[in-house]
Structure formats: C-alpha cells, structure tokens
Design a protein around this ligand. Structure first.
Ligand code: UDP
Length: 472
C-alpha cells in the first residue's frame, strides 16, 4: 500500500515516509501517547449502538502500537458508574474512562457540551499521573474538538482520524441536525490545524479535499483486521456444523449495527426478490440452487435506536414472507464471528455510505466473497470480480443480481474466496497499520523537537471557542 502526506499543493510537508517493509521501529524508552475516542469506548462490547468500527480501530491500533514499543493510553467518556475507570488490556495499553457529564449513554449529537469537562479531566489525569503526552491521536469530530483545545495549551503533535464525516452524512441523509454547522466547522479546523489527518482510504482523502478543505496534511493509512483471528481455519461445512446451519443452504450474511444508513432493508428486499426468482424457476429445475438463508448478525437494545431499526427490519422480513429464511443472531463477539464468515457463501455490505467498512476486510480475511455498495472505503477494499462485487447503493435489483451471480457459480466463488483472503493478509493486518502509524508518529515527534516547547495547561477551557459550544 502506498501512502502519502500531502498538503493542498500536493507538496510533501512532513519528512518522507519510510517504506512499509523497510520501517524499523526504535522507540528508546516507552514513550507515552494518548489516543482519544470520546464515545467509542475501546473496552466496550462491539456490535451494539454506537459501538462499532471506531471502538475496534482504537482498541486494535492501541494494542498493536503497544507491541511496537509505545505506552498507549486510550481515553474515552465514562458512560456507566459501575464501569472500571481504568481497564488494562496489556502491560502497556490501557483504556482510561474520564468523567465528563452524566455517567450514562448520551447520543453523539448531544455530547459536545461535555467536551470542555473532558479536556479538564484529561489534564487532571496527566497531572495526577505525572505524565505528558507529546502526541495525541483523536478519533471522530468530538475528540477533534478536544484535541484542538489541547493543542492550544501545549505543543502536542495532533493526529486525527475522522471515522465518519458530517459533510458526507448530511449529504446522504439530506437532514442537518442543530449540531451540523458546529460539526462541519470542527471537521474543517482539524484538517487545517492538526499536524496530520489520517484518511483510511484514497477515496476518503479525495472527499476531504473536495468537501472539507484544501489545506492541511493528509496521510493515507488503511484500517486493519486481526488476521490471526479472521482467517480460514476450517472448511465451510465444519463451520456450519458448529453453528447448526444447514450444510446445503445458500447463506447470505450481514454483520453490523442496526442503523438505517447500513441499508439492511435493501439486502432484505434483494433476498425477497431472489427467493421469488428461485421459486418461479424451481418447479422447472431451472435455478441452480433452492435454499436461500439470510443471517443477520448485530446487537440491539429494545427501545433504543438500534432496537427500533431491528424491529422495522423484522417487520419487512415478515411482510415479504422471508421469516423462514432469516435468522437474527443478535450480537456476536469477535471470538465467534470468524465461524459465521466462514460458514457464509457471501457477505453483503449494503451501506448507503461507508468511510472504510471493517466488515468487508473481516469477511474477506475469512475467505468470504463480498457484495458491497460501491461507496467510500468499500471501493478501496473490495476488488470487483476478484474478491467480490460492487453495486450501486440502495439498488435492490443490483444487489439481488450480484448475490445471485456468486451463489450460482461455486467454481468462481472458490476463486473469489482465495483471492479475498490473500488481499487482506497482504494489505490489512493491524500490525501493518500500526507500523505505518508508528512511523508517522516518529516523524511528527522528531519534527516537534525543532519547535520551542510551550505549555499552558491553565488556559481556561470555557473561554476557548465558546461559540462552538453555544451552537450545540
Ligand atoms: N461487530 C461485532 N459483532 C456484531 C456486529 C458487528 O463484533 O454483532 C463488529 C464487526 O465485526 C466490525 C465492527 O463491529 O469489527 C463494525 O465495523 P464497521 O467499520 O463495519 O462499521 P461501523 O460500525 O463502524 O459503522
């Protein structure tokens, strides 16, 4: 994978990146760095509302960076009083839950007002521990707001990963909540003021340049997956036996959160179309297969946004007569998830938009061909005709056609399986991602030594950018 660090004129403004394979990591003594993930608790259960790719990214990157020699402290907001304040994941990697606002779940659109408290709690933690973090990597725009305040107080190196972009989200939904203007402003500020923004695909870099700002440094470093966990460990038939799935069924898999933007409805409607086609052709023995099963993996809480979306999807499944063909498994942990990927014939990612889409590389790593929306990071990870197929988002016919092509041609599917797993092993391991991040951090820290240090922890937080807080 090639990566680049360019400003708007396309000129490199950071020391050049070491080649991936040639990178040698030398961190003399454990240098402490902070990863900030305001709402994506790296120690949380993955697969539920507000706990998805960002949590996985921060946790996996944190653990892999610690293995490379850093002391990694991951900061998030405490959402339950009974949650531990510090979770030690490995000797040099921990999650620290800061008290900022009520210790309860609060939707992202209402979190900004607690971010000044987050900044104070972060500073207090540093004083208490006697630690200084010369490098802070923020995740999501609310953490970017925190990072920008920290940058005003000391000469930290600030790195940011977006995970989701307001400009894209509001364009796709056509709706702008009251927080929208503030979010868009912070997303522009962080690109222009951070030492480097990490885009997870070349597609994201293009979008940042066209929709957010021409200024600032961007480096492309992809997301990764745990290739020790997500890999082909057994034949498909064995995985099905372990899960109690029909060995002869054609299994279509969805893995992810229940959120309208994930496009599960498109997938359900595509399966209904396919079922109708199979049934019409079955009598005359015209269709190459007959037993379609849709497995939907993802957690939800009744009454919460994801619970409501699951109920809506269940309603559509009933209405289309797919109840006997559909299994809702609930949330499945990463320990068991590889079995589901291996057992499936095809994994479908019907998102309206996806900045990266971890599920695509997890499925491919397990040798499962992917049918995905032709959007965002999925264009980067899924190679059409080689590891799966890309189709226009929300297009039921196109999804039905692509799923059918893969299910109907076992020989071609075998080829896709092999190519998919090789693509992930070669390009998307967390270790590879962490090596690239580590290299970036070292270059930024080396650069920071050139500039005189300053430290103003006493700068009043409420006085900074009050207009932004008010706008929420
Ligand atoms: N996930 C999981 N269990 C589930 C559903 C999802 O562990 O029941 C994980 C999935 O394996 C992936 C993450 O949640 O690692 C979803 O990341 P992705 O980037 O695909 O979507 P996001 O949630 O960030 O929108």
């Amino acid at each position: 994978l090639q990566s680049s660090t360019k400003n708007s004129q396309g000129k490199s403004s950071l020391p050049p990146k070491t080649h991936f394979a040639a990178t040698k990591i030398e961190v003399p003594s454990r240098q402490a760095i902070a990863l900030i993930s305001d709402h994506g608790d790296p120690a949380a259960e993955i697969g539920k509302e507000e706990a998805g790719g960002q949590n996985v990214y921060v946790r996996q990157v944190g653990e892999a960076l610690a293995k490379l020699g850093w002391q990694v402290d991951m900061f998030t907001r405490k959402v339950h009083p009974e949650d531990a304040t510090i979770v030690q994941h490995s000797p040099h990697c921990r999650t620290i839950r800061l008290v900022a606002g009520p210790q309860e779940f609060i939707g992202r659109d209402r979190l900004l007002e607690y971010m000044p408290e987050f900044v104070s709690a972060f500073q207090k933690f540093q004083v208490k521990e006697g630690t200084n973090y010369p490098l802070v990597h923020t995740n999501y725009w609310l953490s970017a707001w925190v990072g920008l305040r920290l940058q005003e107080r000391s000469n930290i190196q600030l790195i940011h990963t977006y995970h989701s972009l307001g400009a894209v989200k509001y364009q796709a939904t056509g709706k702008k909540p009251p927080i929208a203007e503030t979010r868009l402003a912070v997303e522009k500020q962080i690109l222009e003021r951070a030492n480097c923004v990490v885009a997870t695909s070349p597609q994201e870099e293009e979008i940042l340049r066209s929709l957010v700002s021409q200024e600032g440094n961007i480096e492309v470093i992809p997301c990764g997956t745990d290739i020790e966990n997500f890999r082909i460990t057994m034949p498909k038939a064995d995985a099905r036996t372990k899960l109690g799935f029909d060995p002869y069924a054609q299994i279509v898999l969805y893995v992810g959160r229940f959120d309208r933007r994930k496009g599960i409805e498109t997938l359900v409607r595509a399966c209904a179309q396919l079922k109708a086609k199979i049934e019409t052709q079955e009598a005359e023995d015209l269709h190459p297969y007959a037993n379609l099963k849709l497995v939907i993996v993802g957690g939800s809480e009744p009454g919460q946004a994801d619970g409501l979306e699951r109920a809506r999807i269940e309603g559509i499944v009933q209405e289309l007569g797919l109840a006997n063909n559909t299994i809702f498994t609930g949330r499945i942990g990463h320990d068991l998830l590889p079995l589901y990927y291996i057992a499936a014939d095809v994994c479908v990612i019907p998102s309206h938009y996806e900045p990266f889409g971890l599920v695509a590389i997890e499925a491919m790593a397990c040798g499962t061909p992917v049918v995905a929306s032709d959007v965002g990071g999925l264009r980067f990870t899924v190679m059409p005709e080689e590891t799966g197929l890309l189709v226009p988002p929300q297009n039921v016919e196109a999804f039905a056609g692509a799923i059918d092509r893969i299910l109907a041609d076992e020989i071609w599917a075998q080829k896709l399986r092999k190519q998919a797993s090789i693509r992930v092993q070669q390009n998307f391991s967390w270790t590879g991602v962490a090596i690239q991040l580590s290299d970036l951090y070292r270059r930024l820290l080396a650069q920071s030594l050139i500039h005189p240090a300053f430290y103003h922890p006493q700068l009043p937080i409420q006085a900074v950018d009050k207009s932004l807080v008010k706008a929420s």
